[in-house]
Design a protein around this ligand. Sequence first.
Ligand code: HEM
Length: 407
Amino acid sequence: MAAVFNPFIPSYQANPYRAYANLRAAEPVHYSATLQAWVLTGYAPCERVLRDPAAFASNPYLATSEVARALQVQRRSFPLGEVPTVLTSDPPAHIRLRSLVTRAFTPRIVEERRARIAEIADALLGAALDGAEGGAFDLVSGFAQPLPVIVIAELLGVPPEDRALFRGWSAALAGQTNLFTTPAATEAARQASRELIAYFDRALAERRRAPREDLLTALVQAEDAHSGTGSHLSHEELLAFCILLLVAGHETTTHLLANGTLALALHPAQLARLLDGATPIAQGVEELLRFDSPVQAVARVAVRDVELDGRTLHAGDTVLVMVGAANRDPARFADPDALDVTRADLHHLSFGLGPHFCLGAPLARLEAAVGFAALLRRLPALGIEGEPVRGGTFALRGLQELRVHTG
Ligand code: HEM
């Protein structure tokens, strides 16, 4: 029987890992006529594609299928939709952009937030516990959603009174990571982009007039270390990057906290290892990332004809690197469907690989380590009430609601 891949059925959303396993066993490099894209579920082909930007581009405008062209039209209809960001550019543009933003977004800047992130996590959990009804509260709305948005907003220098705006904008934009969206969802995302651009336009102008100790100021001042010409990010590049930070950094981290909490609640022996300190939380976080990755798919476009696992991919073909599937490949990870916080091989692909490796990984890791530490301190008998409500999109896997017991 020919291999099939159908991400549109409810059982896929509930648990895509079975579908990945079936597809990987039959065709780790599979062409989906429905998606008009190659779907990669084997670790080796996923790794190969991510490590080879010369053959597999990140610029979505290079894709030639009808589905891809429709997505390009949609993308173009967004303000700044054609401005390349680190995520959607290729060398040499990517090298320049990445070097500029890396100068502002350094591991030191992130590490300096540790104590503050712990404070935010503890305050959110305290408030959620105080407001709990019937001995349970929703971990997503009370903790996993607000924590990353407050952290990124504070890092950028957004005042507390504007945070609610950011939460709304971020949620509207996240819907765009789905394969197909409704016209209403697309319009909501477009409106959110317009409002975000107007917001950052004002905020960046203020930083130019009066520099502050924040990431927005650092970005304005970021000089092009690579070319040595002293050139700065253009105003449009700056705006596009600010929006990318919000989109890339918010929902992903929310999903890590929510998926990870659910996984630990369902695996008490693993939870116990973290609780008694037998396994450091940072190590546990890596296994949670592998086990139920917030990012399930990243896209590339073949720029020339390429052989992959005996199949020929043609120039212009869309390639979906299913990192969530690669993380469960038995050829790479022993007993891949088991959650094992003591696992020594932590080379999951949840942050990608190669030149586009997640720029925010140090921040995401810090938020998760500090966030789970606070959660386990407050709720050592972590337990779930009722059925978790799945959320997320094709590319992002997460939860919309996860009720946890207070005691
Ligand atoms: C658990 C949380 C996160 C996960 C799972 C995640 C995952 C990823 C993945 C898979 C990529 C690679 C995309 C590709 O190869 O096309 C990526 C890139 C990126 N991420 Fe994250 N991310 C997370 C958190 C964050 C945070 C907190 C930020 C920033 C505040 C961030 C900013 C970025 C940026 C700017 C890129 C583009 C880098 C480039 O293309 O050079 N991410 N992320």
